[in-house]
Design a protein around this ligand. Structure first.
Ligand code: OGA
Ligand code: NI
Length: 223
């Protein structure tokens, strides 16, 4: 069932990375200057991924309530976060023909980030995220205190949110000052340092779909 869904939606999915050279150079300089970068019309395949995401959601088994924390420390914390997620597995042979081009873009970006910021990113993890009406994510950092391996956060937005669901980015140095408010738009992106930029998702009035990816500096641990 799942493979057919993807075949229908991705007859000839992107073959090239979604980031052009000029975007990359803006991205690097903004990350350096302010710790974050955002851009619109970066991800033309967003409508395709949106259909898939909706399909996986309605078919029932794929999404689960998002948790806070990592592995054994994961807790359900409905006062901090209300959304649902579906992890995109990199070794899922059914999905891979269709999501691999996107994953290759993540790999390319990982290498560029390593070269530009002297990081030692080794891998990334990626999930579909859905915030339904009433969903939110209170102000937080993506790097956990007891697990510091998430270094860079990248979010690709799959649909427009005319109101509600804005992402608030706080200033890198003055953590109570709002630097910027991003209204999710289909095909737009935001990227920031996971350990520097506090952010929050304001209450959602419209279903809000995205792909969130974290670039990490550790290798995978098989529990
Ligand atoms: C997260 C997060 C923000 C967004 O998943 O950690 O902060 O705009 N997401 O989806
Ligand atoms: Ni976050």
């Amino acid at each position: 069932m799942r493979i057919n869904d993807f075949k229908n939606y991705f007859p000839n999915l992107l073959n090239t990375p979604f980031l052009s050279e000029s975007v990359i150079s803006d991205l690097i300089s903004s990350l350096e200057r302010q710790g974050w970068f955002s851009a619109e019309n970066i991800f033309p395949e967003a409508p395709l991924f949106l259909s898939t995401c909706k399909d996986l959601y309605t078919s029932g088994d794929y999404f689960s309530e998002a948790m806070i924390g990592k592995n054994l420390n994961q807790v359900r914390e409905p006062s901090i976060r209300k959304s649902e997620i579906f992890w995109l597995e990199q070794n899922d042979t059914q999905l891979s023909p269709y999501v691999d081009p996107l994953f290759r873009s993540f790999d390319a970006l990982k290498n560029i980030l390593n070269e530009s910021f002297f990081l030692s990113l080794k891998r990334w993890e990626s999930q579909f995220a859905l915030y339904r009406k009433g969903g939110f994510y209170k102000k937080h950092l993506d790097q956990f205190k007891n697990n510091r391996h998430r270094q860079i956060t990248l979010i690709l937005y799959l649909n427009d949110c005319p109101e509600g669901g804005e992402l608030v980015l706080y200033n890198r140095d003055q953590k109570n000052i709002k630097d910027f408010i991003i209204k999710p738009k289909q095909g737009s992106m935001v990227i920031f340092f996971s350990n520097q930029i506090y952010h929050e998702v304001l209450p959602v009035t419209h279903p809000r779909y995205s792909i969130t990816t974290w670039f990490r500096d550790d290798l995978e641990v098989f529990l």
